[in-house]
Design a protein around this ligand. Structure first.
Ligand code: XMP
Length: 517
């Protein structure tokens, strides 16, 4: 394991991902972790991340200098670099001169461990106020910039390395190479962390945890629960039962995809609960978005609990024990929820389908150490089809929150057809990966006059909401080609009698959210 010590501001997650891209397993630990605890985990190397603080700020997170005496290879980046310089007797000046963004780095030691084989002038990404003006004793200065005389240093004997910039961001041209030089040569690690090894490791861990008892998993149709279920199925087979609640608010072909493709790829034992009538009855007459969400959440829990009770009865009759609930919790959720390490709780992850917390189960969370892109890789390794592995996000409450107004079966049918056309055309245009998602919203209470053939129409508009985003926290509206928009518009108005107008949402987030409700 390579430990990434987190000094804040989200840099650590990116570093951990880059280390894993170098096929070396990495984990993030808070900067408050005592040195003894860090060393007890026997890390092959330690990386000190960047962070927002100045090493001169009174409450700046520090580092115990004992860490540098432990013989573990260490790489300091940005703030981590300055801490290292300061702790080992170099000089860090609070110059007030800030360097931010793309910067030219001049490498002065082309044979150094970090920089060999890279260009003598290279672009790096800087973001700092303080600057190192003198390297600690025993260190060789390996690079500088126009304003910073010591922008990188290394002491090969003690296996200590540092750079002032952020090698983990893509704007640092040789960033990944420099990181790999540290891992492979500086720390002498042989890369061995592959998707195959993740699967083997997790399968063994799940077997050990579950033993010969039983587990259940709520499938949402999304990537995370699908991959989690497939992994657990690989480990314990028939001891796992997946429950998929069809609330009738899914898109065209979605339930069938879970029923056929997912089962075909995994052989999982699946119970599909057709609960459409129940959800529609509960939603009758409701137009308020929050009301809709609450009703759907509540009904979901009721249905799941019923299924759970049946399974328990079945298992009880067989003398077995259903003791485990499988969840697709990802590593960013764990890190952001504090990871059980006492750091601030930024965001508590929400469970698949919002399952209640008082379920009497132990959790199986085989994706807890993985990032989203790794989950997709594992899914592929397990033989899941691309349509599941690369599925775009879709909200739990489904099409209900894309009908502005009351949800009825007829309105759902209309929206489902329009949504299918949009997805088909986006796929045909090869834009699935470029676009984060494209909700289609039915303005069910709005009507407008149109003309078709020789007749007057009085139909409903739909809104196309194509967005691009990294994480759904912010988003921009996607500039779809006009010709594609024209094709979509023509097809929707020709093929769906109830819709006579297609409009485009050109609002970013903020101020608009991605979904309309
Ligand atoms: P908003 O509308 O908040 O959406 O900008 C951000 C992202 O979250 C998805 N979304 C949901 N996903 N349950 C989910 O699992 C929900 O209740 C829910 N509401 C919104 C939305 O599709 C977008 O990707």
């Amino acid at each position: 394991t390579v430990l990434v010590v987190d000094f804040g501001a989200q840099y650590a997650q990116l570093i951990a991902r880059r280390v894993r891209e170098a096929r070396v397993y990495s984990e993030i630990v808070p900067s408050t972790t005592p040195v003894a605890e860090l060393l007890a985990r026997k890390p092959r190397a330690i990386i000190l991340s960047g962070g927002p603080a100045s090493v001169y700020a009174p409450d700046a997170p520090g580092i115990d200098p004992a860490l540098f005496e432990a013989g573990v290879p260490i790489f300091g980046m940005c703030y981590g670099f300055q801490l290292m310089a300061q702790a080992l007797g170099g000089r860090v000046d609070n110059t007030g001169a800030r360097e931010y963004g793309r910067t030219a780095l001049s490498v002065s030691a082309p044979d150094s461990t970090l920089f060999h084989g890279t260009a003598s002038e290279q672009q790096v990404w800087m973001s700092h106020g303080d600057a190192c003006s003198a390297a600690p004793e025993g260190f060789t200065v390996t690079a500088a910039t126009g304003t910073v005389p010591v922008a990188a240093f290394e002491d090969d004997t003690r296996r200590l390395y540092g750079v002032q910039y952020h090698p983990e961001v893509v704007h640092s041209t040789y960033g990944q190479q420099v990181l790999e030089h540290f891992l492979y040569e500086g720390a002498g690690i042989t890369p061995s962390w592959t998707t195959g090894s993740i699967v083997a490791e997790q399968v063994a861990a799940i077997k050990a945890q579950v033993g010969n008892r039983r587990a259940i998993c709520a499938l949402s149709g999304g990537v995370d629960s699908a991959v989690a279920a497939a992994l657990v199925n690989r480990a314990i087979g028939d001891q796992l039962t997946c429950v998929y609640v069809d609330h009738g608010l899914m898109r065209k072909g979605e339930t069938e995809q879970v029923e056929k493709d997912f089962v075909a790829a995994t052989g999982v034992r699946l119970r599909v609960v057709d609960a459409a009538d129940r959800f529609l009855a509960a939603l009758a007459g409701v137009a308020d978005p929050e009301q809709k969400r609450k009703i759907i959440g509540r009904e979901f829990i009721r249905v799941f609990e019923q299924e759970q009770a049946e399974l328990l009865a079945e298992a009880g009759a067989a003398g077995d024990d259903v003791a485990f609930l499988v969840q697709g919790t990802l590593y960013p959720d764990v890190v952001e929820s504090g990871g059980g390490t006492g750091t601030a709780n930024i965001k508590s992850h929400h469970n698949v389908g919002g399952l209640p917390e008082d379920l009497a189960f132990e959790l199986v969370e085989p994706l807890r150490t993985l990032f989203k892109d790794e989950v997709r890789m594992v899914g592929r390794e397990l033989g899941l089809p691309e349509e599941i592995v690369h599925r775009q996000p879709f909200p739990g409450p489904g099409l209900a929150i894309r009908i502005v107004g009351e949800v009825t079966r007829e309105r759902l049918d209309v929206l489902r057809e329009a949504d299918a056309i949009v997805r088909e055309e986006l796929t045909a245009a090869g834009l699935d990966r470029e676009i984060w998602q494209c909700p289609v919203v039915l303005l069910a209470d709005v009507r407008s006059v149109g003309v078709q053939g020789d007749g007057r129409t009085y139909g409903h508009p739909v809104v196309l909401r194509p967005v691009s985003s990294e994480d759904a926290m912010t988003a921009d509206w996607s500039r779809l080609p006009y010709d594609l928009l024209a094709t979509i518009s023509t097809r929707i108005t020709n093929e769906i009698a109830e819709i006579n107008r297609v409009t485009l949402d050109v609002t970013s987030k903020p101020p608009g959210t991605i979904e309309w409700e």
